[in-house]
Design a protein around this ligand. Structure first.
Ligand code: UDP
Length: 238
């Protein structure tokens, strides 16, 4: 197993919005199931996949703060939103016959397991998809930083951020027809040009630990497996 894979162990970052589909809010289970089939295909090819899910389809700390909430409190609400998404994704994965476990950075033992690094590694070795919920467990961070952190902790060969576009552009390709797309980027270039890939903390953490960041489209069926084989359309930041 694992033959032909450039990345055997990958951390997949799914934004909350990826679970929303064409809706404006919340979770579209048909989308969660489509994403699960992509993950199932990758597992079937011998890959080990861990997932960090965002919460932006339900609640974002900054949005709460803009309405007058204390930022830290709003961030805890955002982290709780990611737990809901994680449970939905676990359900969808199990429906695709992929064993999956949710591990939360904020302990809530009646809902899911708590994040303990050796436990997460054990699940991965046993062929289960580990879904990391509640981000880093700290306010003022993002799930992109959580994804980078967990990727390093889990010894993943890369962190792959699933988006709706096929890589990193110098401006939003959905708004600007002349936007330039990159096949490859340096961490320093992403930071210097303030390219909208991940927040600066996440990129700096990846850079300091030599973790490649792959940005790819999950809208195109089969692309996750192609990316694992080093053949998918994506931007690689290293
Ligand atoms: N969040 C946090 N600490 C973390 C990760 C997330 O406080 O380590 C909060 C933050 O308020 C954020 C929300 O959870 O807005 C949802 O996460 P994020 O915005 O990263 O989700 P995504 O944009 O990927 O859907």
């Amino acid at each position: 197993a694992g033959s032909g894979l450039v990345y055997k162990r990958l951390l997949l970052k799914l934004s909350g919005e990826a679970l929303m589909g064409k809706g404006e809010f919340g979770i579209d289970m048909s989308v969660a199931e489509r994403l699960s089939r992509e993950i199932a295909e990758a597992i079937g090819a011998g890959a080990e996949i861990a997932v960090v899910v965002g919460g932006g389809n339900i609640f974002r700390g900054l949005a709460g703060a803009a309405k007058g909430m204390e930022r830290a409190t709003a961030d805890y609400m955002g982290m709780l939103a990611t737990v809901m998404n994680a449970l939905a994704l676990q359900n969808a994965l199990e429906n695709s016959n992929v064993p999956a476990r949710v591990l939360s950075a904020i302990p809530m033992p009646t809902v899911c397991e708590s994040y303990v690094r050796p436990k997460a590694l054990h699940h991965m070795k046993a062929g289960r998809v580990v879904i990391f919920a509640a981000g880093t467990g700290n306010p003022f961070f993002t799930t992109d930083t959580a994804a980078t952190l967990r990727a390093i902790e889990m010894d993943c060969q890369a962190v792959a951020k699933a988006t709706q576009v096929d890589g990193v552009y110098d401006s939003d390709p959905r708004k600007n027809a002349g936007a330039k797309r990159f096949d490859k980027l340096d961490y320093s270039e992403v930071l210097a040009r303030d390219l909208k890939v991940m927040d600066g903390a996440a990129i700096a953490l990846a850079r300091d630990n030599g973790l490649p960041v792959i940005v790819f489209s999950i809208e195109e069926p089969g692309n996750l497996l192609k990316v694992l084989r080093g053949a998918g359309r994506a931007t690689v930041i290293a």
